[in-house]
Design a protein around this ligand. Structure first.
Ligand code: TXA
Ligand code: MG
Length: 356
């Protein structure tokens, strides 16, 4: 469906009890009820929502994103009770994780209830579910009911962390866009498979492995679990701008500075205009044409929040290649490294496949 207009509600700075806020949520819920698509902010990235009981709307999610049909969607709900209704089983680990981290950036994969559409689960026997913390997302699912919502980007592009990113990718396809400013976490939720033992991280994200292990005991990281312990979505190329991304690996500033200088020198010698997406201590390296800051190296949470917007900004800036770097792998660093390496075309799991 191509539309001429999208209804944009700018909610930044408007209190939740203000009639304009309440009305925006009501209009969005009505559009969803009629089978429309609504883009809304979450604490991680903007989502493209459809009601889980509107098959036509679910189909259009895949169409407008250009998303493969076998890549299932996350169901967003407003609490543990609502989550249990889309699951066939609710093990103790689900209760513990939900109590510790919901509302928040973690998605639980559990056996699906029979009424959940195959369009949501991609035909799997499991369903992914989470309770978002962002106020607009939470209020919307509370009003409209459970929403299936992938990130609101064209498939393969960097995820949207601002309303402008959603408009740039999908403006033609959505009925209502709720704008509540930039997302605070900036990388997607952690996807945790609770149908396996130990619980297995399928996608690193906003809640770290260390945080999970404090509550659940040992948790397997991506690639450590059984062969099929991957989210279907992680098989596809992801998060990629239209220009190539070149990532330098290292876990301290001195090491990174030397490797980045070397890489930039080579690229410039080859006639390329280089955009650098890096911690602020690495600004001003010789040879770069554009620079976007990921904030202080010691604050990876800030880097996560700036990452996707930075990729998009450099992509638009006319450079030939974007050079970036990894972070120390603990905490949110695991999610940053996963996204930046995928943006560079590394689909992950390579070392895992080689073992076979
Ligand atoms: O933070 C987030 O999770 C955002 C916001 C909007 O909530 N959503 C998001 O959705 O990132 P999406 O569709 O871009 O990514 C969902 C990931 C995919 O990798 C998908 O394969 C995986 O979750 N997934 C969904 N259902 C699954 C299932 N039943 N089993 C395993 N993986 C599943
Ligand atoms: Mg996505």
């Amino acid at each position: 469906m191509t539309r001429d207009t999208v209804i944009l509600h700018r909610l930044v700075g408007i209190p939740q009890d203000d009639p304009r806020y309440v009305e925006a949520i009501r209009i969005a819920a009505a559009a969803l009820d009629k089978g429309g698509l609504v883009a809304f902010p979450t604490e991680t990235v903007y989502g493209l929502g459809a009601r889980i009981d509107r098959d036509e709307a679910l189909r259009s999610i895949f169409r407008v994103k250009g998303r493969p049909a076998d890549n299932p969607l996350i169901v967003h709900v407003a609490g543990i009770e609502a989550a249990r209704q889309v699951c066939r089983e609710w093990p103790e680990a689900a209760e513990q994780a939900a109590r510790a981290f919901w509302p928040g950036p973690i998605t639980l994969v559990l056996p699906r209830a029979g009424h959940v559409s195959d369009l949501v689960t991609g035909g799997l026997d499991t369903v992914a579910v989470r309770v978002p913390a962002q106020r607009v997302a939470y209020d919307l699912v509370k009003t409209a009911g459970p929403l299936a919502a992938p990130s609101a980007n064209r498939s393969g592009r960097p995820s949207p962390t601002e309303a402008g990113h959603v408009l740039a990718d999908l403006g033609q396809a959505i009925e209502v866009l709720l704008d509540d400013g930039p997302c605070t976490v900036g990388v997607e939720s952690t996807v945790l498979d609770l149908t396996q033992s130990p619980p297995t991280i399928l996608r690193p994200g906003g809640i770290s492995r260390e945080d999970l292990e404090r509550v659940l005991g040992p948790v397997a990281a991506p690639g450590e679990g059984p062969e099929l312990a991957r989210s279907p979505g992680t098989r596809y190329r992801h998060y990629a701008p239209s220009v190539p991304v070149d990532v330098v690996r290292g876990d301290n500033l001195d090491d990174l500075r030397g490797k980045l200088l070397q890489r930039i020198r080579e690229l410039v010698a080859g006639g390329r205009r280089v955009g650098l997406l890096a911690a602020q201590e690495l600004a001003g390296l010789e040879g770069i044409s554009r620079y976007v800051s990921l904030g202080p190296y010691g604050r990876p949470g800030e880097a996560a929040a700036r990452l996707f917007a930075g990729l998009r900004e450099l992509d638009r800036s006319g450079v030939d290649v974007i050079v970036s770097h990894t972070y120390p792998p603990g905490g949110i660093g695991a999610a940053i490294n996963d996204r930046i390496l995928r943006a560079a075309g590394n689909t992950g799991g390579d070392s895992h496949r080689k073992q076979r």
